[in-house]
Design a protein around this ligand. Structure first.
Ligand SMILES: *Cc1c(COP(=O)(O)O)cnc(C)c1O
Length: 433
């Protein structure tokens, strides 16, 4: 299958090229030429299939022409070695818990899949080492570092702002060793991101090292996120339910929700989507006005959604041929303040005994406020509440148990390279690798 760029200058790129480059040469995002609907049979029998079996069929629709069946199956099965349960919360609202992977966040799915797919292309074509650069304010770094750990032919550099990530987040990418290097930058997250961008633009550096990124602009990271929308439907069918679902996705860069839009295009019975935002409400404003006005991000307690210019907005536009009316017909939006997020977490914990994280809380609240009486809603619970320990504990006024997986990271020793925020220093360091 070939890929085109949302900026229209690049056509017929191969999967290999799209995955290795990440961004198209015209700075657009890669999109698959075809989105194949899955057959009637698949939907008829979906409740009898395992998560891995479902995911393989979805993966086959996108990647089957480019990767041998056995290899693709292996990649899917290795990626999904954890469950994504659909849990009833209250009334007609279900939580799709995406936080049972190694770093307890949904980004594990895309990061693990991308690592294995990239590893396959490197081995097959005898490419020289590929270097993944990733800037993180906390969660992306841990998912990418753990997803790529030990994958041959790939080295990962995680750049993070010194003193600005929690200890538990820091431990998840500074204690791994092997092919993972953590770089502690004396600056902010924006400085880290600027260093990564400058590195991709620097010709001398790119002649020396093969560089790529692992954020949701990469098709290999964002497409696999479609898998769990299908699995949500399978679990729902198993409960004997048939109604189309309303799906609510806590959104930042809009990679996760875009994967859901792909699933709907493949025939998954999703009635409509809700994009839940925090105070970074660029998409919500777009839905109100038809104008897309990116802004600098503001800090909130749902910090993985603190995005002022969602990178996958270009993909949403491409899916609906740029039609504001068509987008509005399938996706609605909400935006919540920190106060509203806290209120929801506290109330749902008290009334329904369900502990939400700040991101999932936006998703729950959107359904609680926006479902019609006859509708059934699923929100994506994108991270385990223990990842935001201080915030969550101060809101519910109780201690939260830290899962064993998270505790295990705390035992490791931190190893990192300290650098200034000057590009010259970063470049100098990379030129010596
Ligand atoms: C990354 C992230 C999001 C936002 O996902 P996008 O694909 O960027 O929209 C939401 N919640 C959590 C916990 C995240 O880590």
């Amino acid at each position: 299958m070939n890929y085109y760029s949302t900026n229209g200058q690049v056509k017929d790129a191969s999967l290999d090229e799209a995955v290795v480059k990440g961004l198209a040469a015209d700075k657009g995002l890669f999109m698959p030429d075809i989105i194949k609907p899955l057959p009637y049979d698949f939907y008829e029998n979906i409740d009898k299939l395992s998560f891995q079996e479902i995911a393989y069929q979805v993966a086959d629709a996108f990647f089957g022409e480019d990767i041998p069946a056995e290899t693709l199956k292996q990649i899917v099965y290795d990626t999904l070695n954890f469950d994504v349960p659909l849990v009833p919360v209250t009334g007609n609202i279900f939580s799709l818990e995406l936080f049972h992977g190694p770093t307890l966040a949904f980004k594990d799915v895309g990061a693990r899949f991308m690592a294995r797919l990239l590893g396959y292309f490197i081995q097959k074509e005898g490419k020289k080492q590929v270097n993944v650069l990733v800037a993180t304010s906390g969660d992306t770094g841990s998912a990418v570092a753990n997803g790529f750990l030990g994958v041959e032919g790939i080295h990962v550099y995680v750049l993070y702002p010194k003193g600005k990530v929690s200890e538990i987040q820091e431990k998840q990418f500074t204690t791994l060793g092997q092919n993972i290097t953590a770089i502690e930058v004396d600056g902010t997250f924006d400085d880290c991101q600027a260093l990564v961008k400058a590195a991709f633009m620097d010709k001398e550096l790119n002649d020396h090292l093969l560089l790529t990124s692992a954020n949701s602009i990469n098709v290999a990271r964002f497409l696999p996120q479609a898998f769990y929308y299908f699995y949500a439907w399978a679990q729902y069918r198993k409960l004997g339910r048939m109604e189309e679902m309303v799906v609510c996705v806590p959104s930042g860069n809009f990679g996760n929700i875009t994967a859901g839009l792909f699933a709907k295009k493949m025939g998954l019975p999703i009635k409509r989507f809700i994009a839940a935002n925090n105070r970074n409400d660029i998409f919500y404003q777009y839905l109100q006005t038809g104008q897309y006005n990116p802004k600098p991000s503001v800090a909130t307690i749902a910090n993985a959604m603190d995005v002022g210019d969602p990178s996958n907005f270009a993909r949403v536009l491409a899916l609906y041929s740029g039609s504001y009316e068509a987008i509005k017909a399938e996706i609605s939006g909400v935006a919540y303040t920190d106060g509203q997020i806290k209120e929801t977490m506290k109330q749902v914990y008290q009334d329904d005994h369900y502990l939400l994280d700040p991101h999932g809380a936006c998703g729950f609240r959107a359904l609680a406020e926006g479902l019609m009486p006859e509708e059934v809603g699923v929100f994506l619970e994108t991270a385990h509440p223990a990842k935001f320990l201080d915030t969550v504990q101060s809101i519910i006024g109780e201690a939260v148990e830290i899962p064993a997986k998270l505790q295990a990271f705390m035992k490791g020793d931190k190893q990192s390279i300290e650098l200034s925020k000057e590009f010259a220093d970063f470049k100098n360091y990379l030129m010596k690798q």
